[in-house]
Write a protein of this length. Structure first.
Lengths: 180, 285
């Protein structure tokens, strides 16, 4: 039903503004422990993420960590908003959250991400849609059998123009135009 | 007839407790078909959903639970008792009428509210005070727990102190004891078992509290011997992971084993405290 870009957020005073996918992997698997290893201050990296119940956690482990374990001291928080709030207050923190959670009035720096240091991109709608921004997961709606009646109407509504518009307003990316 | 109804109610609570007990230990025992008890009790890595190799070492979780509870008790026992003594023995009745309801109101605040306060406000204060890197840490969790435990403790301890007969105090004063001497040598020793119960219930609430510590401590399963670093408690682990563990899977059973472990720890502490309490009373006489 949509795409959810995943933003990598740090404290606004953190001098780092870009990361490559492999740097991100090495930070979250515990190889890099100091910001100066990725072009930041001489300070310990504190990583924040979701807990194992979250789809973002699974996506991140699969696509960024290539199924390796998260570092043992990764802080596991209960929600995207909690991660944003905590990173706002932690000068050396880094977190991953859905793009939708960095839209309104939050005081964090969103990093540009790419395969190499020369090709880094912001998680804008256009970049996520064209997959030049590399971290986004697909959102699904699961139904038991073929959706009929109310459920069918609800699904056609969210896949229809007004539903998809709400999706984009909330910060997610509509995929209907892509696939049809 | 009325008597029978009361009896049935009492029996139902016993049946429920026994059923929980059997279910917890039965499901938990299944985990040990695949996890060795030695790994479970002494392993230092908790990675139950790892793709490479799931690990079920509970040492970091036990450490998290104990350190948060211990600090919370170290704060709440003295503070709680001081408040209780003040309300029961010192404060004028008008002040008492104001203080008691407020403290009881604090006991009724939902734990999410405390957790949110710890997540947003208390963590910032601790960070400003200590300059720590990691704003969600054991101290943050322990302080919010202490705040939650104090009302329970004050309420019960104050009742215990108030229930000491007036004659005791009058006799002490008649013998020339000052107010503080009366409290210390007469009032407190004669209600020590009530105070012990207050402390125990506080302890039970602290070690079993989930939501607030989950929000306050950052939940990293590590052992760092630094109260300003993140910890992960047993309760938080159960809440975080149960919704995602497939019914009947190894991870699911391991979480039940974890719950049974917590049950045993709490039970052992309560038993120990009860034993010490008995000894104390015997020595007092």
């Amino acid at each position: 039903m949509g795409l959810d870009g995943i933003s990598i957020v740090v404290h606004p005073n953190n001098p780092a503004s870009t990361l490559t996918l492999s740097q991100l992997e090495l930070i979250y698997n515990g190889t890099y422990t100091n910001w100066n290893q990725v072009g930041g201050n001489d300070a310990t990296i504190v990583t924040y993420g979701r807990q194992s119940t979250s789809g973002t956690y699974d996506y991140f482990r699969e696509h960024i960590l290539h199924n390796a374990n998260f570092r043992a001291d990764n802080r596991e928080l209960a929600g995207n908003a909690e991660i944003v709030q905590t990173v706002e207050g932690d000068a050396n923190g880094i977190g991953y959250v859905g793009v939708a959670y960095t839209k309104q009035g939050v005081n964090v720096k969103v990093l540009k991400i790419g395969a190499t240091t020369n090709e880094v991109y912001e998680p804008t709608i256009a970049n996520i849609k064209s997959t030049t921004y590399p971290i986004a997961r697909k959102l699904y709606v699961y139904t038991n059998g073929n959706p009929i009646e109310t459920l069918g109407a609800y699904l056609s509504y969210i896949l229809g123009p007004s539903g998809q518009q709400i999706l984009e307003e909330a910060g997610y990316i509509s995929v209907v135009k892509l696939e049809k | 007839m009325v008597e029978k109804a009361f009896f049935v109610c009492a029996i139902i609570t016993i049946i429920i407790v026994v059923a929980i007990f059997i279910f917890l230990f039965g499901q938990g025992a299944l985990a040990f078909r695949e996890i060795s008890p030695i790994e479970f009790l002494t392993g230092t890595s908790w990675q139950p959903t790892s793709v490479i190799k799931p690990e079920f070492g509970t040492v970091p979780l036990l450490y998290g639970t104990l350190v948060v509870t211990a600090i919370a008790m170290a704060i709440s026992v003295p503070v709680g008792l001081m408040i209780a003594i003040y309300i029961a023995e010192v404060s004028p009745s008008k002040e008492k009428e104001l203080l008691k309801p407020f403290i009881e109101l604090l006991a009724g605040v939902p734990s999410v509210i405390f957790g949110f306060f710890a997540l947003v406000t208390l963590s910032t204060w601790i960070q400003q005070l200590t300059g720590t890197n990691s704003r969600l840490n054991a101290l943050n969790g322990a302080m919010i727990l202490a705040l939650m435990v104090i009302p329970t403790m004050v309420s019960l301890a104050e009742d215990a102190i108030t229930s000491v007969p007036k004659e005791y105090r009058e006799a002490a004063v008649a013998l020339g004891a000052t107010k503080w001497e009366t409290i210390r040598t007469v009032v407190l020793p004669s209600c020590s078992s009530g105070i012990l119960v207050a402390i125990l219930l506080g302890f039970g609430r602290a070690i079993g509290e989930t939501m607030a510590v989950l929000m306050a401590t950052g939940n990293a399963a590590i052992v760092n011997f630094n109260i300003l670093d993140s910890v992960r408690t047993i309760t938080a682990t159960i809440v975080i992971e149960t919704p995602e563990s497939a019914f009947g899977s190894l991870h699911y059973n391991a979480l039940f084993a974890l719950a049974a472990y917590l049950f045993v720890i709490t039970f052992a502490f309560n038993y120990l405290a009860g034993y010490v309490g008995k000894r104390l009373r015997r020595m007092g006489r």
